[in-house]
Design a protein around this ligand. Sequence first.
Ligand code: B1M
Length: 214
Amino acid sequence: MILTDISLMLQKGRANEVKKLVQEALDEGIDHNKILNDGLLGGMNVIGRKFKANEIFVPEVLIAARAMNSGMEILKPVLTNKGVKPIGKAMICTVKGDLHDIGKNLVKMMFEGKGIEVIDLGVDIDGDQVIEGIKEHNPDILCLSALLTTTMFSQKEIIEALIEVDIRKEVAIMIGGAPVTKEYAVQIGADSYRPDAASAAEWAADYLKEKYNV
Ligand code: B1M
């Protein structure tokens, strides 16, 4: 089955094969969410388990991540919704000390799919860079992604930095990433926590519709 093949090729880091198979799956009319969840993310979950068990190491994970990104590139036109007037603006980053960007990129694509403009600050971003970004772009929503138990504290530091310069109230803040929880979001004063990219985009779209009464 093609979704299993996508997962297996991703685990082997075969970026070109993954690209080809994702395109084939789309051409066969398979739902893009199924391709993403059962094919690409299915493969990445296996990689995560093997990495944790020390069966594979950083180089293999990097190669699999590259294959994941090339598959996502093919899905991008389906997931995003270019050409429609944006309903609002979000700014996204992976926080200081953290280089994981696949989840962030997925959240960005899903936001764009809901017609939300996204400013992407990239990875390893601290409070000063976020403050600069807010002043320059004036986003409605700030999205902070963290994948490590050691870097989720950077989410708290960024919120504290915004309070310090008195711009916390100018943005709604959503946090996410594997180690983050709803309780942690409440504890650090974020407005929202969502466990996955699709529900994050739904929350953002609802928030913007209410804010602008559309
Ligand atoms: Co690293 N890594 N990694 N890694 N890596 C994890 C996160 C880990 C869980 C692996 C493991 O041990 N099982 C572990 C963290 C352990 C912990 O902190 N508890 C880990 C570690 C330890 C490390 C290093 C420290 C390893 C080392 O060097 N010894 C190192 C740290 C580097 C750094 O950042 N400073 C490291 C490095 C790397 C690579 C560079 C090799 C590579 C990243 C490549 C890249 O991103 N370009 C990598 C990868 C790929 C992983 C795993 C295998 C996969 C992560 C991923 O992309 N998942 C990961 C294991 C795992 O997650 N199972 C692991 C797919 C992605 C779609 O999911 O990002 O969770 P995710 O996003 C989800 C949700 O979390 C949510 O939406 C997405 C789904 O729809 N979401 C949000 C994410 N952000 C959101 C924001 C929101 C809302 C939802 O609102 C703002």
